[in-house]
Design a protein around this ligand. Structure first.
Ligand code: IMP
Ligand code: MG
Length: 176
């Protein structure tokens, strides 16, 4: 383990709390969709662990696809992202739920929603396990949110720092 500011510190959401949120979100989505099939779109790679737990807890008919994006230039500036791996299947006419591990500024999700909208799905909803308490684009609605967390950098349960710590079973603050 590297010492100091680059290793996981204070646990913000422990293993049990995560599972409680996953169960709650799954129950909410299942109640909202009923018999209607939900097409889950995982935003790689941060959503992978959350998505795999969430989909197993859903009682609605589920299909799944993935997308991977990278920010263009300075992450903070434009909110323009490049699609590194696009969806495998069309989403036209489908009820899609975009699944994210964490929403920070919301630029990534706002971009994805604009992009998906042009492909004419029947509906789009967003599910994020974590949402940072920070300013987000007004047009961005997060329909299903697990935990609101402070605007600090976190790792674990799929979330990385330079590709590390995704395997931690809890969410911890980095370097504190
Ligand atoms: P946004 O576009 O600012 O909402 O940032 C979204 C992306 O940045 C997420 O999909 C994550 O990949 C990454 N990200 C933002 N905050 C964190 C964090 O605290 N830990 C790890 N990844 C983060
Ligand atoms: Mg990352």
């Amino acid at each position: 383990m590297p010492a100091g500011g680059d290793s996981p510190g204070e646990v913000l959401v422990d293993r049990d709390a995560i599972q409680t949120e996953v169960a709650r979100l799954a129950a909410q989505i299942s109640a909202d969709y009923g018999e209607r099939p939900a097409h889950l779109i995982g935003v790689l790679k941060g959503s992978a662990i959350f998505l795999s737990d969430l989909m197993r807890a859903l009682t609605v008919p589920v299909t799944v696809d993935f997308i991977s994006v990278v920010p263009y230039g300075p992450v903070t500036a434009s909110g323009v992202v490049r699609i590194r791996k696009d969806l495998d299947e069309p989403i036209e006419g489908r009820d899609i739920i975009v699944v994210e591990g964490i929403c920070a500024s919301g630029r990534t999700l706002a971009y994805l929603l604009r992009n998906f909208q042009t492909r004419n799905p029947a509906s789009i909803r967003v599910c994020a396990l974590l949402a940072k308490q920070c300013a987000r684009p007004q047009e961005l609605t997060l329909h299903y949110v697990g935990r609101e967390i402070p605007d600090v950098f976190v790792v674990g349960y799929g979330l990385d720092k330079d590709e590390r710590y995704r395997n931690l079973p809890y969410v911890a603050r980095l370097g504190a």
